[in-house]
Every structure is written in structure tokens, then in C-alpha cells.
Ligand binder design. Structure first.
Ligand code: GLA
Length: 436
């Protein structure tokens, strides 16, 4: 279960995600859709959360003194390379221009005092007792980050924090990694220490694995920690090397929210991971040099197919072929072959649907509608699956029209409040302003 994913948060998400019209009717386009365009999509760069000035003001109101620093921690979208990270493989995410803002003030009161604006709720703990047990879901992430920093030798005196976000929560855009990395950067800012993105990502992943109990890989945290504006990030999940790949100027990233909550994501996710591990163990008995599914070729998999269950075989096949799609996709992007990249995205979705079995009727429908929309080069579910968002690559000149047409059609077909955002790859978690 992602942080803040309460009924109240879901309602809030609805309001914010569909907030405000962008007046397309003036431009005379799509007259048939004019009435409904008002809430069909938005450009992610428009701020509809508190904004840093407002965050400062609200911080001062709540805590009686201004914040020292404001941290920005992005969400992430994965363009291709799904469920490969915990198999030592490759992924190609981007940090987004929607995310979490955290205002922080160093204190010496020995407390962690936190206000979460979107939930209109607070948490206060002494730093000597950061047990996750008795708080609501989101507090486990915050307390977990502080506890892990303390346990890894960072001295915290106390902090007041205020959290705001313009990320759709629990929609597969890593609201949890965004929160984790934001809290880590904010707390570290109170200590003056500098920690490398890779190390930050590892700490965030430990919070997820050890405190929240989802056995996730490193992709989300590494993307959120290492984002580069205008670039996708080729992540080697074995070495944790991050290689920025420019997003060609003539395309846009379109995020399509199915408005299907990611139910059972945690337990089903852990099961998929266990299935990969059992496939690996079978192959390893005959191939001792294989350390992870990343080391298994398609030929090797075929050689051992008869010793695997049908499920193990399909899970392994997805991972192995998806790794190849990531590397082929990067080659295609680097030579500007965006239609080839789109084709690989489509294949990725089919593999996630049929072999990895993490899609669902609404996501399949949304991806199907998207792939038929003018200007769309490819589309697939993004993130863990089981609900949440799809991502499409679309030519820049069709992006607005595609966003509206896809969302309108999806809404008509499902009655769900789907929506779309055109997002821009952004920088990783950082202190965005220091208040002097
Ligand atoms: C979630 C996990 C990641 C990754 C994706 C699937 O987002 O947190 O580590 O496994 O699912 O690619």
C-alpha cells in the first residue's frame, strides 16, 4: 500500500489531478470535446499544489518559524524495463516534474514533527522512539527514513517538516520513493552532510524493504535520486550505473491514469519476485555461473524450459526479453528512431499482460485506446502494474490532442475518471531553495 492512500487522499487526488481548466477551446481545436476538455488533462509543470511560497507561509503558520530549506523530490515514470530491477537487469525511467515538496527546519528539540498537507494530518515522535508500529501508513516512511539515517551514523537533533505533493498517489508514479528520497534529503540538509544519489537510493529502498515490507527493487529510488532534466535514465540495476539518455525533442511523455487503485500490489508484487527467484534457482542448478535472470539468454531459457513450471517459464521469459527491449530501445532513441522505441513499448505491454500477468482489463483498454490515437508511437503500463498508470510516447505536435482524445474515450468506455498528464523529465531530489 503506498503512502497517503486513504479514502481522503484518493478524493484529494481526484480534485487535484483534475484541477482547473486549460483553455483549449480558445484555440478552436476539437470543438466536439470542448465541454469536457476542462478536466481531461493537464500539463504537469503547472503547479496545483501549495507551491514553494505558499508552502513557506503554511510552514510558518504551523510551526511558528520559517523553514530553512525546501526540498523537491520528483515522482518517476518508467518508459520500459518493468520488473527487471530485482533481477539485476536494466530499466529506463525518468524523474518527473511532478513530485513532493518538503519544507524543513532544523531543531534541537529531539523530535520529528511532521505535517502532511494533503492528508491534513500530523505526526510527532521523539527521535529516540521511531518505531513504525502505531502511526498511519505514511508515517512509516517518514519515521523509517529518520531511523535509518540515525542507524547509519547521521546525527539528527530534531526537525520540523511539512510535506506537500502534486503526484497522483498510489498510481504507479512512485509516490513512496518520492516521499522517501524527499525526507532523506530534507533530514540530511539539517545535518549538513552530503550523500551520493546511489547511497540515498539504497537507503530509500531499505525503508521500503525493511520497514514497509514490499520487496521492491532499486529502480524507483535510483530514478528519483538521479534524475536529469530532459533525459531518460538507463539504469543498470546490477552495478547501479545510471546513464542519461536524451529524450528526443520531437516527442512527449504522456502519463495516462486509469483511476484503478493498485490493489494487492504489495502481495502480488512479492509473489512475482518469488516466482523469478524460483525460476532462477532451477536454472542455477545446471548453470552455476548464472547469478540472476539477467545472465540468462533466451537460448539458455529454452534449454531449461522443460524443468520449469509454466508460470516460472513465463515470468523468466518476460524478464529476459524485457532486458533486451530496454537495450534495443536505448539504441533506437539515440539514433532518433522514436517509432521503433514505441514499438518496443507496445511489445513490453503485451509481455507484462501475458507473461508477467500484472495488467488488468482497464489498463489493457487504456493502452489499446492509446496505441490507436493519432501521434502515439507506443504505450504500456508503467510501474508495478495491478492498476495505476500507463505511459505513452507521443509526437510533440499531437500530444495535447492525443491526451484529450484518449482520456475522453477511456472515460466513455469505463465510466472511470481517467486523466492524462504531459510530463517533462526532470532533475532528481535536491534542495530547491535555501531560505536565508
Ligand atoms: C515497483 C517497484 C520497482 C520495480 C517496479 C516494476 O515500482 O518499486 O522496484 O520493480 O515496480 O518494474
Amino acid at each position: 500500500m503506498p503512502p497517503w492512500c486513504t479514502p481522503a487522499a484518493a478524493e484529494d487526488r481526484e480534485q487535484r489531478h483534475h484541477a482547473g481548466p486549460r483553455d483549449l477551446t480558445d484555440e478552436g481545436r476539437l470543438p466536439a470535446l470542448a465541454e469536457s476538455t476542462q478536466e481531461l488533462f493537464r500539463r504537469s509543470s503547472r503547479k496545483d499544489h501549495a507551491g514553494t511560497g505558499d508552502l513557506q507561509r503554511r510552514f510558518e503558520q504551523a510551526f511558528g518559524a520559517p523553514a530553512d530549506q525546501i526540498v523537491r523530490s520528483p515522482g518517476r515514470v518508467n518508459m520500459i524495463g518493468e520488473h527487471t530491477d530485482y533481477n539485476d537487469g536494466w530499466a529506463l525511467p525518468a524523474a518527473l516534474d511532478i513530485g513532493t515538496d518538503i519544507a524543513v527546519r532544523r531543531r534541537t528539540h529531539g523530535l520529528l514533527r511532521v505535517r502532511a498537507l494533503r492528508l491534513d494530518t500530523n505526526d510527532e515522535r521523539p527521535l529516540t522512539d521511531l518505531r513504525p508500529g502505531d502511526g498511519p501508513e505514511w508515517t512509516r516512511y517518514v519515521r523509517g527514513c529518520a531511523a535509518l539515517l540515525r542507524d547509519t551514523g547521521h546525527h539528527l537533533d530534531g526537525a520540523d517538516l511539512m510535506i506537500d505533493s502534486d503526484l497522483p498517489l498510489g498510481a504507479g508514479l512512485s509516490s513512496s520513493a518520492s516521499l522517501e528520497l524527499g525526507i532523506l534529503v530534507a533530514l540530511l540538509a539539517t545535518t549538513g552532510s552530503d550523500v551520493k544519489p546511489t547511497e540515498l537510493a539504497r537507503l530509500g529502498q531499505r525503508v521500503e524493504n525493511e520497514i514497509v515490507g514490499v520487496d521492491s527493487g532499486i529502480m524507483d529510488q535510483l530514478a528519483v535520486a538521479s534524475g536529469v532534466a530532459g533525459h531518460l535514465l538507463l539504469i543498470d540495476c546490477r552495478t547501479l550505473a545510471v546513464d542519461p539518455v536524451p529524450l528526443p525533442a520531437d516527442v512527449r511523455i504522456l502519463i495516462l491514469d486509469s483511476a484503478v487503485p493498485r490493489s494487492l500490489a504489495g502481495s502480488a508484487y512479492n509473489r512475482r519476485r518469488a516466482e523469478c527467484e524460483s525460476a532462477l534457482r532451477v536454472i542455477q542448478t545446471a548453470e552455476p555461473t548464472v547469478h540472476a535472470l539477467r545472465d540468462v539468454t533466451e537460448n539458455l531459457l529454452a534449454l531449461h524450459q522443460s524443468r520449469l513450471t509454466a508460470v516460472e517459464f513465463r515470468r523468466a521469459r518476460h524478464v529476459i526479453v524485457e532486458n533486451r527491449r530496454v537495450l534495443d530501445g536505448v539504441v533506437a532513441l539515440r539514433r532518433g528512431a522514436v517509432d521503433e522505441f514505441g514499438r518496443l513499448m507496445n511489445l513490453s505491454h503485451i509481455s507484462l499482460r501475458d507473461d508477467y500477468q500484472v495488467s488488468g482489463p482497464e489498463l489493457d483498454l487504456l493502452v489499446g485506446i492509446a496505441t490507436r490515437a493519432p501521434g502515439v508511437l507506443g504505450a504500456r503500463l508503467t510501474g508495478a502494474g495491478f492498476g495505476g498508470c500507463a505511459v505513452a510516447l507521443v509526437t510533440a505536435d499531437h500530444a495535447d490532442d492525443a491526451a484529450m482524445a484518449i482520456t475522453a474515450q477511456y472515460r466513455r468506455a469505463t465510466g472511470r475518471p481517467g486523466s492524462a498528464s504531459i510530463c517533462v523529465p526532470s532533475n532528481g531530489a535536491h534542495v530547491r531553495s535555501t531560505v536565508l
